[in-house]
Structure formats: structure tokens, C-alpha cells
Design a protein. Structure first.
Length: 215
């Protein structure tokens, strides 16, 4: 029998915490005006491409996908965890959600105006970023957009009993320059980066990067 992959561990962990995770973050955007502004800017940029189809890659329980839907985008969500996808489907029945991974999106080439990865590269190794971003480039139309949100760092952090459940998994904090370099290698041009200080209970700075696929 093959050894379980790190993604298997991530899937099991998020299946275990899915209900509590969804409840804890259900109204999170209400208290984050910067996040709402950046998501609004993403929606405007995508709409300007003429293709309002968007993939929320690593959608979790679907709260950001639901927000993008309200902003007028034709959004679909993908997540590794069947438990998270089940909650997303139940909560946002007008959005299409599927189980899948960031590096193997089950959609056609140039089939979306944008891809959102909202804190979902947290379980992607640094040397795996380029492959994930190449997959994003495959599915985004020329001139389409990617918006990334992630914790800043350069280290691996072991999460023990997240959300009060008896599971453990690794989280990876990424250096902004490294992320932008990987985007460039995948065919994106970085348009902007926004860095903010941590807001309790956060412990590290947070980054938001807009990048556009080359025409």
C-alpha cells in the first residue's frame, strides 16, 4: 500500500474541522474592509476582461465564492476537502463547487477570467508554487487575473489541534518575493502587492498580490 501523501493529511484535517471552521469564519469579511476592497478590485479587473468566470481555488466552505457571486462574477469553487465542499454546496446552492486540488483544476484551457487563491497556498511547498501557478495560467484567459492572499514568512509551522480538533498539519508561510518570482515564471506579470500588519489573533503580516496573465 502506498504511503499517504501530504495532501491526504491536509484533506483529512480539513474534513475533521470543516463545520467549526465554517462557523468561525462565516461573517469574517464583515470586519475586514481591506479584504472586501481587494476582492472588489479583483471583481472589477476580471469583469474588464469580458469573461466573468472565476475559480475560487481552495474555496473552503465557500464564503469568498459567495461574496464574489454577489459582486457579479460567475464563480465556481474547488477544494481538496469533501467536507468543506459539502458545506459550501449547502450554504451557496447557486454556486458550483467540486472536490479537487490547486495543481490539477478540472477545467479547460483559457476558460476563466480569473483565479482567486485566498490563503489557499498555505499548504503548498515553496518549490511547488511554480507548478500551481502554471496551472492557474493554463485556465486563465490572456489578460486574465490572479489574486493571492497569504501569510508572510519563510517557514513551516506545525498546527496542533486547530479549531479544537485532534488533528495536526503543516502550514507554510511564503516570502512575497519568492511568490512573485514563481508567478513570473508561470507567465504572469505582477501588478501590485499589498502588505498589512497582523490583526489579532494573527501573528504575522499578510500579503495580497495581483498578477495578470500575459496577452
Amino acid at each position: 500500500m502506498a504511503d499517504p501523501s501530504p495532501l491526504d493529511d491536509v484533506r483529512r484535517a480539513y474534513d475533521a474541522v470543516a463545520e467549526d471552521y465554517a462557523e468561525l469564519l462565516r461573517d469574517e469579511l464583515g470586519g475586514k474592509p481591506l479584504d472586501r476592497a481587494l476582492l472588489g478590485a479583483f471583481a472589477e479587473r476580471v469583469a474588464a476582461t469580458g469573461d466573468v468566470r472565476v475559480i475560487d481555488a481552495g474555496c473552503g466552505p465557500g464564503r469568498i465564492a459567495g461574496h464574489l457571486r454577489r459582486l457579479g462574477l460567475d464563480v465556481s469553487g474547488v477544494d481538496l476537502s469533501p467536507g468543506m465542499v459539502a458545506i459550501a454546496r449547502r450554504t451557496y446552492p447557486d454556486v458550483d463547487f467540486a472536490v479537487g486540488s490547486l495543481g490539477a483544476l478540472e477545467t479547460g484551457d483559457a476558460s476563466s477570467g480569473g483565479v482567486l487563491a485566498w490563503y489557499s497556498i498555505i499548504h503548498t511547498e515553496t518549490d511547488g508554487l511554480a507548478a500551481v501557478f502554471e496551472e492557474f495560467a493554463r485556465v486563465v484567459v490572456p489578460g486574465g487575473w490572479v489574486l493571492l492572499a497569504f501569510q508572510i514568512g519563510g517557514e513551516r509551522v506545525r498546527l496542533v489541534r486547530p479549531y479544537g480538533h485532534d488533528v495536526e498539519l503543516d502550514a507554510i508561510r511564503h516570502d512575497v518575493d519568492v511568490v512573485e518570482s514563481a508567478l513570473g515564471a508561470a507567465g504572469f506579470t505582477v501588478e501590485s502587492r499589498t502588505v498589512r500588519e497582523p490583526a489579532p489573533p494573527e501573528r504575522v503580516r499578510q500579503a495580497y498580490v495581483f498578477a495578470q496573465r500575459a496577452w
